[in-house]
Design a protein. Structure first.
Length: 71
């Protein structure tokens, strides 16, 4: 399962789990739907930064199975 470090795995409209900057020490994850991909590089070691449809910005830690917009 893709883990969110490759930009090509993250799709607008896909369901993901992200960690917000303020939650990085605790590792608390937030579920949401990708509205915008903010990282421009093809890879990022800490996860691709996205904006979710609820306004939360964070780095993708998990792409939820069957919801990534991929066939």
């Amino acid at each position: 399962m893709p883990d969110g470090r490759k930009r090509s795995d993250v799709k607008v409209g896909g369901k993901v789990r992200v960690v917000e900057k303020k939650n990085q020490p605790s590792g608390k994850l937030t579920d949401g739907v990708v509205r915008r991909i903010l990282t421009s590089s093809p890879n990022h070691p800490h996860g691709i930064k996205v904006a979710l449809d609820n306004g939360i910005v964070g780095r993708v830690k998990e792409i939820l199975a069957g919801e990534s917009g991929q066939p």
